[in-house]
Design a protein around this ligand. Sequence first.
Ligand code: FAD
Length: 323
Amino acid sequence: MAKIILAVLEQREGKLKRNAFEVISTARMLSNYLDLQPIAICIGNNIDGLGEAAASYGIKNVIHFKSRELENYSPSAYTGIISAYAKEIDAEYLIFSNTSLGRDLAPRTAIRLKAGCLMDCINLHNTNGEVIALRPVYAGKAIMECKINSKVKVFTIRPNVFKTEATEDKVQADIEIREIGSPNLKTKVITVKKSEGTLDVAEADIIVSGGRGLKGPENFKLIEELAEVLGGAVGASRAVVDAGWRSHGEQVGQTGKTVSPKLYIACGISGAIQHLAGMSSSRYIVAINKDKDAPIFNIADYGIAGDVFEIIPALTEEIKKIK
Ligand code: FAD
């Protein structure tokens, strides 16, 4: 019988997160390499298009643990449900996204399953029937190649790095729904206060980030305008978050979010190693800094040595004209 790989899908407010499609595609890719049976698991209340999403990306078997109490993430309940189900079906591989939820949930689940856990993988491949993972370490200064020796193996994959590929032969999904009467909620989310209308840096394809070179919070309107014309999100360095100019949700870096957008524009950011740790895997990096020796230029694909107060408005105007 084929070994099982479990793709753990995230939903928010009943909608699958973008990273869920990356998890499905990665589980399917590994199942092809290693002849595994992929199963997708999702916890929540009503979840839009769950079966269709899994089916279009090639996973036939889907299990939905359903409860109104589970609309929001609960570490105790989610860990209990996933680990019990993984034991029930004897799953050997579990894939999570390396989001804040995945970073919390995957190690908790791994402990319950006595599994090895590799976090923040940027590549998973098959070498002689084993999954070999690549993970950035030392804030992205080195890439570690590693594998898990335990029978059950847990991986989290960095968002925006793994390809999502719909299959040509769409399968008909087979969804099992299990109602959970009284989930094990050690803590309960009562309300979620969110910043309206802003795109999350962790999910954006384009990020325009600002640092201390912006001189003050009022000048972040330049960053917001550029982000808006590009349809991107606003990011920030820790220096400006610590100064109270921007919210922590926008912070990119070692103690903020890890992002891998198609385009990252760093404005007035020096390029400290802790900042680079969160954005160095971006596809294209553009840096604007008036100090031509700033370390950010070492990793930038395009560097503009100049003043943000001249360059950003000019760039925004030019992009508006093109659009
Ligand atoms: P600065 O280092 O002050 O750089 C400002 C830059 O703006 C300079 O390069 C300057 O040349 C340029 N500049 C100034 N004026 C202009 C202008 N008019 N036009 C163009 N350029 C201009 N940092 C993070 O970002 N994210 C993290 O998650 C993070 N985690 C950390 C964790 C730990 C444990 C520690 C110790 C530090 C962490 N840091 C983090 C802080 C990090 O070390 C840096 O202090 C921080 O990234 C610097 O922010 P900055 O680049 O905005 O500011």
